[in-house]
Ligand binder design. Structure first.
Ligand code: SAM
Length: 308
């Protein structure tokens, strides 16, 4: 426990997929005026430096958001339009990096707080002592600039903490469930917390991120999530992005530098009660994202819904 630090992975292809889906979902939910409860059960540090040692050591952000950022700049120079969901993500990055050099990366707390309206509130859970301290400092900065404090950071278990928040009085909620899956138990806990959340607020919008790896718990998680959504008779959407295996020389060089030769190739997001616009937005966005981030053999994307 606590060996995972998101700073090594912030801005990788998995974050690109998750954050594009999260932003597109929130944008749609905010078409209605009613106040939203936003919850990030596994928040991380909130903001990341891409020019600091952790991001530079792993190189994951350079191959993820860094590559996407360059592709977006080339498209802009050629006056080619980006898919709307990608453009929104790039615009959020530009807000943090107004000089045009990508140094700062917004984690999910930063993306959510940037869009917070006066009627919304945001609750963040983070257990890692260092990341919770960093997040606390960042949240204090946001609150100092926000007239009405609506952000709440809790240094407790996010799986347990979510229960007490549902249902909110407005009966409108967007919940991101994004564990590090450092513990095998996380897979079962994700399924259990979603089942419980659907009992408490069947109409809530739940976004679950998961890794696509060769571990039996990981393999069965999306199937378990589908079964839960179907049992609750709620619509769902499942999107996956596989950037493919890097060519051997690159993997060997990574191993020589002391990093695992194989890094995460694929991940997915499972959304219960997705906005009806999300399927079209992701089917437009993911081919573009994959064309930018493709690393090698096996690269592919998919978006499936209950209606397919
Ligand atoms: N949601 C973040 C984002 O998109 O920017 C990334 C979160 S990272 C994948 C997972 C985080 O969950 C880590 O910072 C880890 O310390 C934290 N964590 C692990 N187990 C936890 C738990 N049971 N409750 C709350 N936080 C936890």
């Amino acid at each position: 426990m606590f060996s995972y630090r998101h700073a090594f992975h912030a801005g990788n292809h998995a974050d690109v997929l998750k954050h594009i889906a999260l932003l597109a979902t929130l944008r749609h939910l905010q078409h209605k005026d009613g106040g939203l409860l936003l919850v990030d059960t596994h928040a991380g540090a909130g903001l990341y430096r891409l020019d600091h040692e952790q991001a530079r050591t792993s190189g994951e952000a350079a191959r993820g958001v860094g590559t996407l950022w360059q592709a977006a700049a080339r498209a802009q120079a050629a006056r080619a339009a980006l898919p709307a969901a990608v453009q929104d993500y790039i615009d959020r990055l530009l807000e943090l990096n107004p000089g045009g050099v990508l140094r700062h990366y917004p984690g999910s707390p930063a993306l959510l707080q940037a869009l917070l309206r006066p009627q919304d509130r945001l609750t963040l859970f983070e257990l890692h002592p260092t990341d919770a301290r960093l997040l606390d400092r960042t949240v204090r900065g946001w609150l100092a600039r926000t007239p009405r404090p609506a952000i709440d950071l809790r240094r407790v278990d996010g799986f347990d903490g979510l229960r007490a928040l549902l249902p909110p009085p407005s009966r409108r909620a967007l919940v991101l469930i994004d564990p590090s899956y450092e513990l095998k138990a996380d897979y079962s806990r994700v399924a259990a917390v979603l089942a419980d959340a659907l009992r408490r607020l069947a109409v809530g919008c739940y976004v679950v991120w998961y890794p696509v790896i060769g571990r039996s718990q990981a393999h069965s998680l999306p199937k378990r999530l589908r079964a839960l959504a179907q049992r609750a008779q709620r619509p769902w959407l499942q999107a996956e992005l596989n950037v493919g295996a890097r060519p051997d020389p690159a993997a060997k060089a990574a191993a020589a530098r002391g990093r695992p030769a194989t890094e995460l190739r694929a991940s997915g997001v499972f959304v219960v009660n997705p906005p009806h616009t999300l399927v079209t937005q992701l089917r437009e966005a993911l081919p573009w994202v994959l064309a930018a981030l493709r690393q090698g053999v096996g690269a592919q994307w998919s978006v499936q819904t209950a209606a397919d």
